[in-house]
Every structure is written in structure tokens, then in C-alpha cells.
Design a binder for this molecule. Structure first.
Ligand code: GDR
Length: 301
């Protein structure tokens, strides 16, 4: 999206012995990748100094909720303290840049009001959610302490065909495609009764960009305002391929979480009013698009 608006785009990558750029393969000749690591303060200062950015989007995190129970300390390092390191690097190397922090609906966790808006108190339910609450408040604190243009976008689940296979929407759409094409017979899932407010990632990056174009920095909730269960996700996705989820979905306790977020639904009226933001793709169309993309990917050429 930034490239289509004429931006020069840099990304940071942490060193690895392999180059897993699968999801940005179509972009690697159009963006400049700099080596840096959220665990290494100095490398972040150098990367921001070299790129001299006008806008910084911090989307980096250990972002899989389930893993945050098995790697809680690492999750805190990347997802919480990593944000302080980014803000410190910006303060040092690009204090006039605008900073976007990818905050999360997981901060609302065991919700204290419905729908959830900017003023809803947080009650995180996983080490990931707890780390994101820290990250949110350090962003607000650096804005208030140092006058940085720093915003926190509280985004509800946002999905597309580029979603990682471990997240439930993509796990289901990929599973449907493999079952339809005879590559698998069953799909093992955890809690089918959890409800989420799922939207299209393309709409949500537009909201991030809009947040950084305002006269004054503020925080915004971004979501569709609708909520669907994992069971409804299964019904919708299997139906796209002419299948019935009852014939293929099995419960596997391995995918149940030690503490669950039962239901999330956004009230995005602040974003609608201030940013003029509206989602363009409803949940059934989003899931259909993802199933069709996975069918095309798995179909023999
Ligand atoms: P979430 O996304 O935890 O909401 O965080 P995820 O897709 O992993 O889970 C959504 C819900 O589905 C239930 N579920 C399963 N989840 C997975 N992954 N695998 C399963 O087999 C399964 N079965 C049921 C889960 O219990 C849960 O209730 C996502 C991430 O992108 C975060 O980084 C981001 O901050 C939030 O969305 C907004």
C-alpha cells in the first residue's frame, strides 16, 4: 500500500541462516531490507538512522497467542520491551518521525464491556496480551513524556491469503482446500465457540496509514463491528467448497488455550468519525477469497 502511494519503503529483518521471505517475495526488489533485531538496541538506532524515515510502522512481535504460554519471556522481550527499544531508537535517530504501534484486541481479553472501544479497560488473558498492554502504554507514555508523534492502533483480527498457517482462519481455509482436493481428510481444531471480529488486512493497513496523517496523534480501535464464532468460520469456509464441516472437523485438546478470550467485537466509531475509515470486505467474502486462494495454491498445475 505504501509503495502504491509512492513511498520509499524499508524493512528490518533479523539475521537468520535462511531467508524466509515467502510472504514478501513479490516485493523484495521494491523494498530495502536493513538488518536489525528488536532485542538489540544499537542495531535499531543504526537502522533508523540509515533509513531516516518519516513514518515508522512497528508491526513486529511474537504474535502467536498460543506460543506466548510456552515462550512467555521471549514474547515479553519482543512484544513488550521491543517497543521501548523502537521508541528509544526513534527518539535518538528520527525524533520527528511518526510512529505506529500495532496494538491488539487481545488487550481486551476477558472483556469488561461490549463492544470494545478506546476507553474499554484492558483485561489480557495471555502472556501475549499482557505484553501488548505494556507496549500500548509505553507508546502513550512516550507521546506524553517526549512529545513524540506516536499512535497505538488497537486492531481486531485481520486476515488474508497471506496469513500464517497456524492462525485459525488460514488453518481452516487451507484445510478446506486440502480436503477438497483429496490431500487430507480431517481438520483438527480447538475451541469452536470462541468469537472474533474478523476483517480484511488490506482494509486495516489503510487505517494504520490514516492514523499517521492526522494533525495530532491519538489511539484508535479498528474492527468490523461484527462477531463470528470459529464454528461459523468452519461452516462458511467448508460451504465455499461444497463441503459440510461436520464431516471433517475434529476437536483436538492440544489446540485449547490455558485461558481463552471468548468473544471480541469492536466499536470502530472513533475511527469512522476521525479517520473516515470504513471496512470494504465483509466476513463471508473474506473467507471465500481465502478458500479460493488456497484451492488455487494446492491445485496441481
Ligand atoms: P488470536 O488468533 O489468538 O485471536 O490472535 P487465532 O487465529 O490464533 O485464534 C482465534 C481463535 O480461534 C480459536 N481456535 C484456534 N486457533 C488456532 N490458532 N488454531 C486452532 O486450531 C484453533 N481452534 C480454535 C482460538 O482459541 C482463538 O479463540 C490474532 C493474532 O494475529 C494476534 O497477534 C492479534 O493481536 C490478534 O489476532 C488481534
Amino acid at each position: 500500500m505504501l509503495l502504491s502511494k509512492g513511498y520509499k519503503v524499508f524493512g528490518i529483518v533479523r539475521r537468520s541462516s535462511t531467508t524466509p521471505y515467502e510472504r514478501i517475495a513479490h516485493l523484495v526488489d521494491r523494498v530495502e531490507l536493513l538488518s536489525a533485531d528488536l532485542l538489540d538496541q544499537h542495531s535499531l538506532v543504526d537502522a533508523i538512522h540509515d533509513a531516516a524515515p518519516s513514518e515508522i510502522y512497528n508491526l513486529a512481535a511474537q504474535s502467536f497467542v498460543q506460543t506466548s504460554w510456552t515462550q512467555p519471556v521471549l514474547t515479553g522481550e519482543f512484544t513488550a520491551l521491543g517497543v521501548t527499544r523502537m521508541l528509544e531508537a526513534m527518539r535518538k535517530a528520527a525524533p520527528h518521525a511518526r510512529f505506529y504501534q500495532a496494538s491488539s484486541s487481545e488487550m481486551f481479553g476477558k472483556v469488561v464491556e461490549t463492544p470494545q472501544r478506546e476507553s474499554t479497560p484492558f483485561y489480557p488473558r495471555s502472556p501475549y496480551g499482557v505484553a501488548k498492554v505494556y507496549a500500548h502504554w509505553i507508546t502513550v507514555n512516550y507521546r506524553e513524556s517526549f512529545g513524540l508523534y506516536a499512535v497505538s492502533g488497537i486492531l481486531f483480527n485481520h486476515e488474508s491469503e497471506r496469513r500464517g498457517l497456524e492462525f485459525v482462519t488460514r488453518k481452516v481455509t487451507d484445510g478446506v482446500a486440502r480436503i477438497k482436493l483429496g490431500l487430507a481428510r480431517e481438520l483438527r481444531l480447538g475451541n469452536l465457540d470462541a468469537r472474533r471480529d474478523w476483517g480484511f488486512a488490506g482494509d486495516y493497513v489503510d487505517a494504520m496509514w490514516r492514523m499517521l496523517q492526522q494533525d495530532t496523534p491519538d489511539d484508535y480501535v479498528i474492527g468490523s463491528g461484527t462477531t463470528w464464532s470459529v464454528r461459523q468460520l468452519c461452516e462458511t469456509a467448508f460451504a465455499v467448497a461444497g463441503l459440510d464441516y461436520h464431516d471433517h472437523v475434529l476437536l483436538d485438546e492440544k489446540f485449547l488455550r490455558p485461558a481463552e478470550v471468548d468473544m471480541l467485537v469492536a466499536d470502530p466509531s472513533h475511527a469512522r468519525k476521525k479517520l473516515g475509515w470504513e471496512p470494504t470486505m465483509a466476513f463471508p467474502q473474506l473467507i471465500e477469497r481465502m478458500v479460493l486462494a488456497d484451492l488455487a495454491r494446492h491445485r496441481p498445475r
